[in-house]
Design a binder for this molecule. Structure first.
Ligand SMILES: NC(=O)c1ccc[n+]([C@@H]2O[C@H](COP(=O)([O-])OP(=O)(O)OC[C@H]3O[C@@H](n4cnc5c(N)ncnc54)[C@H](OP(=O)(O)O)[C@@H]3O)[C@@H](O)[C@H]2O)c1
Length: 248
């Protein structure tokens, strides 16, 4: 088992922008080998190239987390290339906010597929390797919206509550295998997340609110680094953070 961050093999879903990209940079700069998954293959390839050119270890594996076979391929590629998997950061997600009465059923399906099933597929892909290694660390990204529910965010909140529920069950189930589990629940962070809100009135209002208070994605990367860097006998199970200026 590797200690700290250096030499750990870290798989990151949603590594093409925002929190995932920032975490890839942060951990690679601290000596981790990062394996980048996302659909935008040009972005993750460019990031892997940049990190490699700077002397760090990174590879890109185009991945749609709604396809369990692609997620398995992401993790298996990490193991083939680097010999093991120490951490999986199940981070890919989307937040197309809208009240239920607008019946954005395709967006409900998409959130369930990416935010819940994508996390489960990440767990399914990593768990056999981590059980065999008798070590590993599964980090799932929830949200402040995994703790509170606001009108207009109902389905998104349901997916993020689900991430917390399945992470807590996972925590108890993997104890025999020496696997650590962490839920990270960020508040408002500046990323591309709001670009995918299709309802323009809601997007404008949310952007206005978030623009005033959001912190940078490095904030999230530091929380991941903290959990990963703790000694192996310490299991950081949950981190919830908000910008100091965030009221809800
Ligand atoms: N920013 C915040 O304020 C905030 C607060 C709480 C929680 N979060 C959570 O943080 C996570 C990251 O979001 P972000 O803020 O960094 O937003 P972002 O910049 O929009 O990044 C989202 C990432 O998810 C990936 N993704 C989306 N659908 C995917 C799919 N089907 N397969 C693979 N990857 C997919 C995107 O990559 P591709 O499009 O290239 O596939 C992208 O890399 C999400 O789970 C979000 O819910 C964010």
């Amino acid at each position: 088992m590797s200690h700290g961050i250096r030499n750990k093999v870290v798989v990151i879903t949603g590594a093409s922008s925002g929190l995932g990209e920032a975490t890839a940079r942060h951990l690679a700069e601290r000596g981790a080998s990062v394996v980048l998954g996302a659909r935008r293959s040009d972005r993750i390839a460019a990031l892997a190239k940049e990190l490699t050119a700077a002397g760090f270890k990174a590879i890109a594996v185009p991945t749609d987390v709604t396809d369990q076979h692609q997620v398995k391929n992401l993790v298996d590629t990490a193991v083939q290339e680097f010999g093991r998997i120490d951490v999986i950061l199940n981070n890919a997600g989307l937040m197309p906010l809208a009240p239920l009465e607008r019946l954005k059923i395709d967006e409900w399906d998409r959130m369930i597929d990416v935010n819940i099933k994508g996390v489960l597929y990440g767990i399914a892909a990593a768990l056999p390797h981590m059980k065999a290694q008798r070590s590993g660390h599964i980090i799932n990204v929830s949200s402040v919206y995994g703790h509170v529910v606001d009108p207009g965010a109902t389905v998104y909140c349901a997916t993020k509550f689900a991430v917390r529920a399945l992470s807590e069950g996972l925590r108890k189930e993997v104890k025999p295998y020496n696997i650590r589990t962490t839920i990270i629940s960020p508040g408002a962070v500046s990323t591309e997340l709001l670009e995918h809100i299709s309802e323009k009135d809601i997007q404008a209002g949310t952007k206005e609110f978030v623009r005033k208070i959001a912190v940078g994605p490095d904030t999230f990367a530091r929380t991941v680094a903290f959990a990963v860097n703790e000694p192996d006998d310490v299991d950081i199970n949950e981190i919830l953070f908000r910008p100091t200026a965030q009221p809800v």
